[in-house]
Design a protein around this ligand. Structure first.
Ligand code: ATP
Ligand code: MG
Ligand code: FE
Length: 336
């Protein structure tokens, strides 16, 4: 089964061709990061207009790289939500335009389910990676979401808990701004932290014992308080130490809580996905423990891409999902 996937939920215009939910035949991502940098975050109208400008070229390139035409496809999978309405609509309309007249089905996919399915994807010209095994504990850590889901089977999610305030990626982005670092905050903080001491500042870890929820707003406020103190004393900000200490606090909470949940639910494996799973300190912390095998996608599949939508779309397609041509987008669509 070959699926062309389209993703345009935020500020990446992406298309990919995926075979049988795993083998990546092509993968094209046009990022708008440079365009949004001057706003310090994603500017929705700018994002939508840019998607319109690039989407057809991105889709053409994905088909060309896979050496396939539309008639070789079994379905077109497209991100239906969650995301920015004006961005989602561009991918959705492009998908509808493609399937119209070609008699191939359209399959709407949840972006968060996509992030999780990035763990199944491997490059078709490389050996297959081991498949994640159920039951697994999935930590989804992205720009807009942070949640723990127990997966006992494909496309089956039991949400155990989620963030009560900021998502982990959002915390990285906000703290980066406090430290004068550029958007997106995750990579900037990671870079700054490389020269810093993670023990320089002791920032709070919201454990929220007895629940599987997270909270990062207190941590953000704690960083803000320290930044203000330095400003009041007209002292230069120890950016590297602040970045390293903040990052250590986030990693500590994410890893300990996920391990705890994996134990409690007797998971065979841990899966980590979403933009923040690109973080080196987080990856190293998960890989350093030997209690559970950990599946983290390669870096190029951590942030938004269409390969993951093709992988998730495959399982939807196999279960018979065929969506109508008037399918609407769902900007606030939960995973479960
Ligand atoms: P969602 O998937 O929840 O709808 P999104 O699609 O905007 O949100 P992603 O693209 O999955 O989010 O991830 C982007 C987020 O990942 C940003 O908040 C960014 O700062 C963060 N991020 C990216 N790379 C890193 C990194 N190396 N370390 C920490 N955070 C990172
Ligand atoms: Mg993005
Ligand atoms: Fe995302």
């Amino acid at each position: 089964v070959r699926i062309l996937a389209i993703e345009s939920s935020c500020d990446e215009t992406a298309a990919a061709v995926v075979e049988n939910g795993r083998a990546l035949l092509s993968n094209v991502v046009a990022t708008q990061i440079e365009l949004h940098k001057k706003y310090g975050g994603v500017f929705p109208e700018v994002a939508s207009r840019e998607h319109i400008k690039t989407i057809y070229a991105v889709i053409d390139q994905a088909l060309q790289q896979a050496h396939l035409g539309l008639s070789d496809l079994d379905a077109v999978a497209v991100t239906r939500g969650p995301g920015l309405a004006g961005s989602l609509v561009v991918g959705m309309n492009a998908a509808k335009g493609l399937v119209l007249g070609h008699n191939i089905p359209i399959v709407g996919v949840n972006h968060l389910e996509g992030h999780i399915y990035s763990a199944w994807v491997y490059r078709a010209d490389e050996p297959a990676t081991p498949e994640p095994k159920f039951p697994l504990m999935a930590l989804l850590v992205s720009g807009g979401h942070t949640e723990l889901n127990l997966m006992t089977d494909h496309i089956t999610y039991q949400r155990l808990g989620s963030t009560l305030d900021d998502a982990a990626g959002e915390a990285f982005d906000k703290v980066a701004r406090l430290l004068g670092l550029s958007y997106p905050g995750g990579p900037s903080i990671q870079k700054a932290a490389a020269d810093g001491d993670p023990k320089a500042f002791t920032f709070p870890r919201a454990r929220l014992e007895g629940t599987w929820n997270f909270s990062f707003s207190g941590l953000k406020t704690a960083v803000l308080r320290v930044v203000r103190q330095f400003e009041e004393h007209h002292e230069p900000l120890p950016v590297a130490n602040l970045a390293a200490s903040f990052q250590a606090a986030v990693v500590d909470v994410l890893v300990s809580k996920t391990l705890h949940a994996a134990r409690a639910y007797k998971a065979k494996e841990i899966l980590v996905a979403g933009g923040v799973s690109a973080n080196r300190a987080l990856r190293e912390a998960f890989l350093a423990q030997k209690e559970f095998p950990v599946n983290i996608p390669p870096l190029f599949l951590c942030t938004d891409n269409a390969a993951m939508i093709g992988a998730a779309g495959y399982h939807r397609y196999q279960r018979g999902q065929r969506d109508p041509l008037d399918l609407d987008v769902l900007p606030t669509w939960p995973l479960s």
